[in-house]
Design a protein. Structure first.
Length: 133
């Protein structure tokens, strides 16, 4: 992974960690329906990434390159691109999965905080006798 790509992935991870912290503290809130749809979409993305990760793990076991030394070197290079290399597909997919998981958790927390806020306001109004019609 290039330094730019690595920096971008780290930046996204940091951004979503910050948003999650804000949601935990109640500073980030969102409509329940929108938040649930976003969380569902993030979970679907995670599932697709997991399927792709499983396929990438299979690419570690490549064949059909022939018996030459250069063919073996090429096979090993492609295997490292799939898994175990610094720039491997598996590493990038796992990082993406971490970010998508943070997204889903953040959406769910933001929904919960707005629901808690709504319930708290309703309880206060009921306590004042203003919630009755």
């Amino acid at each position: 992974m290039s330094d730019t790509d690595q920096s971008e992935m780290q930046g996204m991870l940091t951004r979503w960690q910050t948003l999650k912290t804000q949601a935990e503290g109640g500073d980030l809130r969102m409509d329940a329906e929108i938040g649930q749809r976003l969380a569902t979409h993030a979970e679907q993305m995670h599932t697709k990434l997991e399927e792709t990760l499983n396929k990438a793990l299979e690419l570690e076991h490549l064949t059909g390159f022939g018996n030459l030394k250069s063919a073996d070197d090429l096979r090993q290079k492609f295997a490292l691109k799939a898994n175990n290399g610094n720039d491997s597909a598996v590493k990038r997919l796992k990082q993406s999965m971490d970010i998508v998981s943070l997204m889903s958790e953040t959406y769910k927390l933001a929904i919960g905080k707005i629901s808690e806020s709504d319930q708290s306001a309703a309880d206060k109004l009921a306590g004042l006798g203003m919630g009755d019609s």
